[in-house]
Design a protein around this ligand. Sequence first.
Ligand code: PEP
Ligand code: MN
Length: 351
Amino acid sequence: MLVVMKQDATDDDVKGVLARLKDANLEGHLSPGEERVVIGAVGVINDPDIRPAVGRMSGVEEVIAISRPYKLTGREFQPEDTVIDVGGVKIGDGTLTVMAGPCSIESEEHMVATACAVRDAGAQIIRGGAFKPRTSPYSFRGLGEEGLQHLATAREATGLPVITEVMSERDVEVVARYADVLQIGTRNMQNFTLLDEVGLTRKPVMLKRGLTATIDEWLLAAEYVMAKGNRDVILCERGIRTFETATRNTLDLSAIPVVKRLSHLPIISDPSHGTGHWYLVEPMARASMAVGADGLMVEVHPSPDHALSDGPQSLTFENFAELMESLAKVGEAVGHPLAPQPATALAMAGG
Ligand code: PEP
Ligand code: MN
């Protein structure tokens, strides 16, 4: 349920409501809106009188039952868009943030060269996988912590923040030490203990949509992270499993405006995993922008034919630079310009 406070409610009124909720074993999450405070009460309601009782308390305007299964991720709880600051890059503020880099980090030289190329083309965040979820256990599974070190070197070389996947609860501490954003991959979208664990960190989390997850299931997965106190969740549409085989997955573009309507969280699109083919990345990136995505995640490799993972869907440096030029034009047309790079990167550009 949601407790909407009056405009002139005092801090003591808010504290009183939080204490009453706690007595009823409900956790109160504050959403300090522009006009008034809303308190989201999360937990199982056992006391049938709690709603009217809270409704009579000092400073309370009204108590609303939430019909949707997710609470903190919903627009009812927070009508305004969430804007997440990642090392000076704002995600969800109406600009388009581009995260780019290799699928897997292969060596320091490979990571730094790719990071500098995507920075020079205008990307705002560097990606690179160190812990790789692979379909076969015999495929390259990433460099682990050594890869994270190369990613940190790429951050120093470019002045851009970095994102990388964490696959297991066991690795949250080490990945959070190196990364600016923690990525939860499609295969782990419903790994609830991992979601709890990243919810306890204070690093932004990018939650990819599960291969077969409905939008409700995806928002409930985001709810796990938020319920642990981490409000900085970015959603990422990366394609879902359908009967179609011409593409690796079916990039569900309609999920973007659907999520925007249901949730205040930023949503980005990953046309690389969403299509599986490098030549489909640009058209689907442009389309994602046109339907309102807050950002993109794109795989880039110096030599896609030699990539240790996801070569067929990776752009060359040249293709990526062309993509960025094309996105700038779409941004102008749809009133959704590319986000500026952080001051740290602008100072180092060309280095
Ligand atoms: C990735 O981003 O490299 C990745 C493995 O993505 P997904 O979890 O969407 O397959
Ligand atoms: Mn990949």
